[in-house]
Ligand binder design. Structure first.
Ligand code: 2HG
Ligand code: ZN
Length: 481
């Protein structure tokens, strides 16, 4: 460890005790080396700290937390750094260090009979999926960032993704946790049980708490039988409203084989074709809306294909689908998903994009989009709504690309104002202003605006009871006053 660039805010005694506990190799103190840990994927905010620690065991996490508690230093837990609400970086004045979980990355055990797996927080989601698959099991959490996001972050933010309609959010996929508390104790709650009615379900308190109550160091994950047969289709619609009967029919005809039901707008497909690598348009004509859907079953020689084809036939007959392609093989289904993933990535080259990650009851999605589109177009003529996402569970990424002839910064300066109009509409539909990305710093005050004082007070009292010194991810999720 060098003394270069150490902020005077971190006491010498703290640093030397830390070095004794975890070793200099687990301490990054040079600002150039720290820089990549401070820049968020979307680049909207840049964090500030003078120390990043990279512990390898829960014991080391415990040592770090104890020393931080003693010296009143904040800790920002950080996983794969793929978050979208500035939950994983310290802000100027937070007096916090970053605890990056990348080296806490062992798969501790798998039990295919019990359908569970024990993993450490820093395991990459895709590594977990692949390990489960090798044992003929499925870990169904799936999202665009799966190649780099870490399970600790997924759990701390209760990540959603593309399979929620069938398997639920992360909350439904975790049976047990190991957590380092704000006083540095290790709570071993790694129970691999389906039934455990022994009091408050503490793990659920930590899931989605965004590092504000403790640091998740390991988890017991719920596995499922691995799908053996799968059907993927992309369908073009005339009207957004037709998506609802189409979904309803899928649920009636395919039952719980339905795993994904994603909404794609034409503008998103155009962005992907223009800016994405290797993206192709599977349907010849142009339509305003598309659905990418997938169904799977965990048995072989099933009648899934037959069921899926008769579902599509009925949907065409009822005029809910104008055109469509059923993937003929894995490569074709991958190419549909590539188109979907690029819808997320290809907004950036189109200039400023004001984001919303909202949910409303599934049956209200078309009405919400219509109402919001009218409102934002009135506010900023020429604005380009780009709503897409997980229609099957009511979660729409209501993103708004800037008008073509507007200055990017002038547009982005209206971020909060636009958020408020959209979120008011979401609220009027009894929706949520953060469906799957969390609150972090970005939506902290906006969340307080919409939650009732009773609910906010309950959250604040949990925070002050468990973390009275306020050292766990300071300034995130819970407003300071
Ligand atoms: C997705 O569903 C992600 O692709 C990102 O949640 C959404 O770009 C976004 O706002
Ligand atoms: Zn999403």
């Amino acid at each position: 460890m060098t003394d270069k660039n150490i902020s005077p805010k971190l006491p010498k005694e703290f640093l030397s005790d830390l070095e004794t506990a975890i070793g200099a190799k687990a301490m990054i103190t040079n600002l150039d080396d720290i820089a990549p840990y401070m820049v968020e994927q979307r680049g909207r905010f840049v964090g500030e700290t003078s120390l990043v620690v990279t512990p390898k065991t829960a014991g080391e996490v415990s040592d770090i937390v104890k020393l931080c508690a003693e010296h009143n230093i904040g800790i920002v837990p950080q996983g794969g750094h793929t978050g979208l609400v500035s939950g994983g970086i310290p802000f100027v004045g937070d007096n916090a260090i970053v605890l990056n979980t990348s080296r806490l990355n062992k798969i501790r055990a798998i039990d295919p009979v019990n359908n569970t797996m024990i993993v450490e927080a820093g395991c990459i989601l895709q590594t977990i999926q692949e390990y489960a698959a090798k044992h003929d099991r499925l870990f169904p959490l799936s999202l665009g960032a799966e190649g780099s996001c870490q399970i600790g972050g997924n759990i701390a933010t209760n990540a959603g993704g593309i399979n929620v309609i069938r398997y639920g959010n992360t909350r439904q996929l975790v049976l047990g946790l190991e957590v380092v508390t704000p006083t540095g104790e290790i709570w071993n709650g790694l129970r691999a049980l389906q039934k455990d009615n022994t009091g408050y379900d503490l793990k659920q308190l930590y899931i989605g708490s965004e590092g504000t109550l403790g640091i998740i160091t390991a988890a017991v994950l719920q596995l499922f039988p691995k799908p053996k047969e799968q059907q993927t289709a992309i369908l073009a619609l005339k009207d957004l409203e037709d998506a609802l009967p189409l979904l309803n029919l899928a649920q009636s005809m395919l039952g719980d084989a339905l795993t994904s039901f994603e909404l794609l707008p034409r503008i998103g497909i155009d962005f992907s074709l223009k800016h994405g690598q290797g993206v192709v348009d599977p349907i010849a004509g142009r339509y305003d809306w598309y659905i990418l859907m997938e169904a799977s079953v965990a048995i072989t020689h099933s009648n899934l294909q037959e069921l899926f084809e008769s579902y599509l036939e009925t949907a065409f007959e009822r005029n809910w689908v104008q055109d469509g392609v059923l993937a003929q093989n894995k490569a074709q289904s991958d190419s549909f998903w590539l188109l979907r993933e690029n819808i997320t990535l290809c907004q950036r080259p189109e200039g400023g994009s004001i984001k919303h990650d909202v949910s409303v009851p599934v049956s209200s999605v078309p009405a919400f989009i219509k109402t919001a589109n009218e409102a934002v177009q009135k506010m900023i003529p020429g604005i380009r709504p780009h709503p897409f996402g997980h229609l099957g569970d009511g979660n729409i990424h209501y993103n708004l690309s800037q008008p073509l002839d507007m200055d990017k910064q002038d547009y982005l300066n209206r971020w909060e104002e636009v958020n408020r109009v959209v979120h008011d509409i979401v609220h009027s539909f009894n929706g949520s202003i953060s469906a799957e990305h969390g609150i972090g710093r970005v939506k902290r005050d906006e969340n307080q605006h919409y939650k009732s004082p009773v609910e906010m007070q309950l959250m604040k009292s949990i925070k002050t009871t468990l973390d009275p010194k306020g050292i766990m991810n300071p300034g995130k999720l819970i407003p300071e006053n």
